[in-house]
Design a protein. Structure first.
Length: 268
């Protein structure tokens, strides 16, 4: 028997620049107002600091290890609300900086992924080290969930769903308003070509560099490319993902069976 629906809650909010305390307090408030039956909470890229890519010293000053304050608080929230929490944070490992995605489960299990495609256009590669492995797939409450970060979205081979390995693609991002058309179309394309749900979570507001991020750009898209969740008035966006409907569609329109098989070799 297929599992029950998975309720996702996306939190699209402004990010206080390099101010982890303010951002964590904001997260606590938002989680207090989310639906009680939420299964998975999804946060924007670098939710606790903002996209600090023009000053390595500034980034290093707020970077943390996996066992430090931010992760401890996320574990506390995951356990308190009995939810999974996904996002990315500014990580420090062996004096190297990473844009690191996390998937924290209420039982304490954790999965990490370091962003592979660094946004060289903005100089992200001058601050962060690139991850060297594929984005992970996590089994959570009856669905397989793949997590990628922002610029990864532009690379369909990296996001490719082989043999229906995953059911949900989560994209955490700081995607500027100037490229919102590309953001929306790429999210829909990934849903259609991979026959999966896509949750694209973006920040909003304006950062200290004057870059604007559109309010209302975070969306949940189904396997037919239809938007089933988006921001109305609140920064909290919810949607129900149905494994039963997904399985029915994949059986009825099994394009995945005709896909070319391949192995992914990451760039050095």
């Amino acid at each position: 028997m297929l599992s029950r629906n998975l309720k996702v809650t996306l939190i699209e909010d402004n990010i206080a620049w390099a101010d982890k305390e303010t951002n964590m307090a904001q997260l606590r408030r938002n989680m207090q107002n989310m639906p009680d039956d939420t299964d998975l909470v999804i946060l924007p890229e670098l939710f606790s600091t903002g996209f600090i890519v023009d000053d390595r010293d500034a980034a290093a000053a707020v970077a943390e290890r996996n066992t430090a304050h931010t992760m401890r608080l996320l574990h506390e929230l995951a356990q308190t609300y009995r939810v999974g929490i996904v996002g990315s944070f500014l990580a420090n490992t062996a004096a190297q900086l990473y844009n690191r995605a996390f998937f924290i489960e209420p039982n304490g299990e954790e999965t990490f992924y370091d962003k592979h495609h660094l946004f060289t256009f903005a100089g992200e590669d001058n601050v962060f080290n690139a991850g060297r492995r594929e984005a992970p797939i996590v089994r959570f409450r009856g669905m397989n969930i793949k997590v990628v970060i922002c610029y990864d979205l532009r690379f369909p081979v990296f996001c490719r769903n082989r043999h229906n390995d995953y059911d949900v693609l989560v994209v955490v991002a700081n995607w500027p308003q100037a490229r919102q058309a590309a953001w929306r179309q790429l999210l829909i394309a990934r849903a259609l070509e991979n026959e999966c749900y896509v949750c694209g979570v973006n920040r909003c507001g304006t950062d200290p560099k004057g870059i604007d991020y559109s309010e209302g750009s975070s969306v949940v898209i189904d396997f037919k490319g239809k938007i089933i969740g988006q921001r109305m008035t609140s920064p909290i966006i919810t949607a129900d993902l149905s494994p039963a409907l997904l399985a029915q569609f994949r059986e009825k329109f099994p394009a995945w069976r005709d896909a070319d098989d391949f192995s992914l070799q990451l760039n050095d």
